[in-house]
Design a protein around this ligand. Structure first.
Ligand code: NAD
Length: 486
């Protein structure tokens, strides 16, 4: 790998300041690599490279077919390097290997999906005045500043870059300062497929000083952000100064609703996976479990019986089902919420502490609170760790009201065998993604995004490319004649 460099204007460069950041494995705090610590000078350099590539470079003249071929080649190269990329992802962000392997394939699929879509960007024609030809052109927006979090580093990079490139934009990607390594490997792949210089730039640096510059620069035409809601609000404020295009994928506190008639085994499994996959560091995590009162006790017993199967450890160790949290700060945040839950009067059923024997990393046990009420902070605030809050409901109306009683609206799960009820829930839930008798499956073909404070706009699917296209009305008069107005 290109150790110690970031990717700007088609070259591997140091930061202007010469500052470096150590990237460590959250499972044992061992050094994995060092990357440049970019600041605003570096971001401006990357923006200038993307600007030149868009305004003067060959990228806009590239045919959709050629853009598609490049994206397919990127997908193929990701697959060829899947083993190495998955291991790097595990080391950098802590997730279990099986989850990282899935992520790598998902990232490859994303490039292939948008590779196919590049040639399907269609406008419209209409005959408004009979003597003219009127049509609608779809064009790239320009330079896109893309800011992503640490929980799915390569997947988030793919979700941002693939549709932007398919549409003909140029990009400055800023991965999380904690997890830049697979994004840098992706840049290496872009070199190998001979993407023109400056079309993709990867800047490694912190939010303040780097992300902020991308948000507020007058030379960036669109900002795509994934991260916490509070950060998204700051990004939006920066964007507002220049009134540029924006899409936001933000936080959540998603309800997972289990009715008494649900397939019990599937629902128990689904409730645990919804809450604890990726250590609970998932925007769409089913972190609020709403269980019908009549099955509550039994359901909890069935869940607790499975908790010992969630084996904690380094993600590269066979059998690991839960890795460490991303950082010490995140560990402290999760611990503080456990304290809050106890103080609020919720009943701690399991976990709530760091596991013994794994002190070198940022591990935290899968944690379940029962007796949670809708007003408690652990029922309302995004914890972003392996902490599940259980609430109970009496009937369908109460379940819907409780599920929607949140400022977020990213995802929701419903478990029932009653198809009529499930369809009523699908309509009643105010969330961008609703799973019925499942939790977490995500497809590149379908739109992803939130209602309310979970975001603006959509990624993935046909909707995802819309976020990277401008719309131009053209009125074409082939046979001009004076209109004799004056
Ligand atoms: P974060 O908001 O702290 O950081 C996200 C990114 O923004 C990072 O690259 C960071 O460096 C950058 N950043 C920080 N401050 C900034 C600023 N002032 N201006 C511009 N950029 C700034 O989030 P995180 O802790 O990295 O990730 C966790 C959050 O991401 C959770 O809230 C989670 O729900 C959310 N998330 C959402 C989705 C989704 O699809 N909706 C997906 C993954 C994660």
């Amino acid at each position: 790998m290109n150790t110690g460099r970031m990717f700007i204007g088609g070259e591997w460069v140091d930061s202007c300041s010469g500052q470096m950041r150590s990237i460590t494995d959250p499972a044992n705090q061992q050094l994995i690599n060092r990357v440049p610590e970019a600041d605003q000078d570096d971001v401006n350099r990357a923006i200038a490279a993307a600007r030149t590539a868009f305004d003067k470079g060959p990228w806009r003249q590239t045919t959709a077919q050629d853009r598609g071929k490049i994206l397919f080649a990127v997908g193929q190269k990701i697959r060829e390097r899947a083993v190495e990329l998955a291991e790097l992802e595990v080391k950098n962000c802590g997730k279990p290997l099986a989850e990282a392997q899935f992520d790598i394939q998902d990232a490859a699929n994303c490039f292939e999906f948008y590779g196919g879509l590049a040639t399907k960007i269609h406008g419209e024609t209409m005959s408004v005045p009979a003597d003219s030809l009127s049509f609608v052109l779809r064009e790239p927006i320009g330079v896109c500043g893309q800011i992503i979090p640490w929980n799915y580093p390569l997947v988030m990079a793919a979700w941002k870059l693939a549709p932007a490139l398919a549409a003909g934009n140029t990009c400055v990607l800023k991965p999380s300062e904690l997890t830049p390594l697979t994004a840098l490997e992706l840049a290496k792949i872009f070199c190998e497929v001979e993407l023109p210089p400056g079309v993709v730039n990867v800047v490694t640096g912190p939010g303040p000083g780097c992300g902020e510059v991308l948000a507020s620069s007058p030379f960036v035409d669109k900002v795509a952000f994934t991260g916490g809601t509070a950060t998204g609000q700051k990004v939006m404020a920066g964007v507002a100064k220049e009134l540029k295009r924006i899409s936001l994928e933000l936080g959540g506190k998603s309800p997972n609703i289990v009715f008494a008639d649900a397939d019990r085994e599937a629902a128990v499994d689904g409730a645990l996976f919804a809450a604890f996959a990726n250590q609970g560091e998932v925007c769409s995590a089913g972190s609020r479990l709403l269980v019908e009162e009549s099955i509550h006790r039994e359901f909890i017993a069935q869940m607790l019986a499975k908790i010992p199967k969630i084996k904690l450890g380094h993600g590269l160790i066979a059998g690991t089902k839960m890795g460490p949290l991303i950082s010490y700060a995140q560990l402290e945040k999760v611990e503080s919420y456990v304290k809050i839950g106890v103080e609020e009067g919720a009943k701690l059923l399991c976990g709530g502490k760091r596991p013994k024997g794994l002190e070198a990393g940022f591990f935290f046990e899968p944690t379940i609170f029962d007796g949670v009420t809708p007003k408690m902070r652990i029922a309302r605030e995004e914890i972003f760790g392996p902490v599940l809050s259980i609430l109970t409901f009496k009937d369908e109306a109460e379940a819907i009201a409780m599920a929607n009683d949140t400022e977020y609206g990213l995802a929701a799960g419903v478990w029932t065998k009653d198809i009529h009820r499930s369809l009523r829930l699908v309509r009643g839930l105010r969330a961008g993604i609703v799973w019925v008798n499942a939790y977490h499956p995500t497809y590149n073909e379908l739109p992803w995004g939130g209602y309310k404070k979970s975001g603006l706009g959509r990624e993935l699917g046909l909707h995802g490319i819309e976020e990277y296209l401008e719309t131009k009305q053209v009125n074409f008069h082939g046979d001009p004649a004076p209109i004799n107005w004056y």
